[in-house]
Design a protein around this ligand. Structure first.
Ligand SMILES: Nc1ncnc2c1ncn2[C@@H]1O[C@H](COP(=O)(O)OP(=O)(O)OP(=O)(O)O)[C@@H](O)[C@H]1O
Ligand SMILES: [Mg+2]
Length: 434
């Protein structure tokens, strides 16, 4: 009886190995218990239909054609293909027996029979594999693959339980850390950029404080000039902090509990009115045409403050970067978005325009076409990042069209509140394209 049980267990080595592996992946948080159950069930079925053979029968079969081994690999290879992480099953010499589907998709083809010790050049990975093959329990190591694009992995190796007199196999697991690494890089870039932008006006303030308390102490004319510059620098710092806070608010708190019925055209009138004197100082005309939007079609479900902030940024950019064209055209018209009524607002300048390669990156935080020009105009490259967030929060669409020499047009389309589309809880966002 005991012998019978042993025979059955040994014949179900693939099942045992796979369940051991799935269990490890559940514990490691790589697959859910639901996926574990499905994969386990598949393995049980596969195993149930697999021919039951004694060890000696298996040995004979293996010695004969070597086909049993291949059959076994293909049986649980199919199950390994269901695991969402890249995996390699290797033998004790480091020869690949199976590369699962995710491995082939992410890391490229890997034929059975290839030696992993030849495929991987990273000394850390090689040391880890060799140590495991020699019976050790090495710690996971990091691997960076640079082609086709940068990918980071945490590579670990586990010895599968040896069954009967069979040889021990090993499972190499690649945990994809790329998204985590990219997010980390974005965060550190963001902190570096924010600190740099804050340090510039701060250094200028510190310099003027020193001058005013020393050499310029009794120079009334210099004092007034320096105080005006200090005021400007302090305002720049406070604006940058406001922008950073806006971004962090949009990125963390996604609640829209303050959204209400807002007259979009009214918000736009407010912004145009505020910018008229600034534009007039530089001989720029702001032409605002809202004639085609009937009164009843002006309302959207949103935040008036955010919509004002959105149009503020667009009109400010048009004046700052497109002011040479001396005319800014703003139009509001009825439109359609996803089959529903919407309002499209267009802010168009006749300035130098933007080269095509910059367009997809304009809404990235701190992205500026020409850093010096923008900084000279008090810009920090956060405006369009904020615009994109606000448009997304309003389930709208942002499109920026521009050609060098032909000016820039920014189009914002926001769903309208019409009798057919009453206020509702908005859960989904429409992808903002820029
Ligand atoms: N209308 C425009 N014409 C030409 N270039 C533009 C225009 N609008 C934006 N840009 C370019 O896009 C960049 C990003 O704009 P964004 O509004 O995000 O930042 P900013 O204006 O530099 O700084 P901030 O808005 O934070 O004060 C600008 O630095 C500028 O190079
Ligand atoms: Mg701006």
């Amino acid at each position: 009886m005991a012998g019978m049980r042993r025979r059955l267990v040994s014949n179900r080595f693939p099942l045992g190995a796979a369940l051991f592996l799935f269990g490890a992946l559940v514990v490691g948080g790589h697959i859910t218990t639901g996926q574990f159950a499905v994969l386990g069930a598949i393995m049980v079925l596969v195993s149930a239909f697999a021919p039951v053979r004694t060890i000696s029968e298996r040995r004979r079969a293996a010695a004969g054609a070597g086909g049993a081994l291949r059959q076994e690999v293909s049986l649980y290879g199919a199950a390994l293909d269901g695991i969402p992480d890249p995996l390699l099953l290797i033998d004790r010499r480091g020869t690949v027996r199976h590369a699962n589907a995710q491995y082939r998709r992410v890391l490229g083809s890997m034929q059975p029979g290839t030696s992993v010790l030849i495929r991987y050049r990273s000394p850390e990975v090689l040391d880890m594999i060799q140590s495991a093959l020699a019976g050790g329990s090495p710690a996971p190591v990091e691997l960076v693959e640079r082609t086709p694009r940068e990918h980071w992995f945490l590579v670990s190796i586990a010895a599968l339980p040896r069954v009967g007199e069979g040889q021990r196999d090993f499972l190499v697991h690649f945990r994809d850390l790329s998204e985590v690494r990219r997010a980390e890089r974005m965060r550190t870039d963001f902190i570096a950029n924010a600190s740099h932008e804050l340090r510039t006006p701060l250094a200028s303030l510190a310099g003027f404080i020193e001058t005013l308390s020393g050499p310029a102490r009794d120079d009334a004319a210099a004092r007034d000039r320096f105080l005006a510059i200090m005021h400007e620098q302090a305002e720049r710092m406070s604006r940058l902090i406001d922008d950073l806070l806006s971004l962090s608010r949009f990125e963390t708190a996604l609640g829209r509990s303050d959204f209400a019925r807002v007259d979009l055209i009214d918000a736009l009138v407010h912004v145009v009115g505020a910018f008229q004197p600034v534009a007039a100082r530089d001989d720029i005309t702001i032409a605002f045409d809202r004639a085609s939007v009937p009164g009843a079609r002006c309302e959207v479900h949103g935040s008036r403050d955010e919509l004002i902030q959105l149009f503020d940024n667009l009109v400010e950019n048009a004046i700052k970067y497109g002011g040479d064209g001396k005319r800014i055209d703003i139009t509001a018209r009825p439109a359609e978005l996803g089959g529903l009524a919407a309002i499209a607002v267009e802010v168009r300048d006749h300035g130098p325009g933007i080269a095509e390669e910059h367009l997809p990156r304009l809404t990235e935080r701190f992205y500026r076409v020409d850093v010096e020009t923008s900084r000279g105009k008090q810009g920090t490259g956060l405006g369009l990042a904020i615009v994109k967030h606000i448009v997304t929060r309003h389930e709208g669409r942002l499109t920026i069209r521009s050609r060098p020499g032909e000016g820039t047009t920014v189009l914002v389309t926001i769903p309208a509140l019409t009798p057919e589309k009453p206020i509702r809880k908005m859960e989904n966002t429409v992808e903002t394209d820029s």
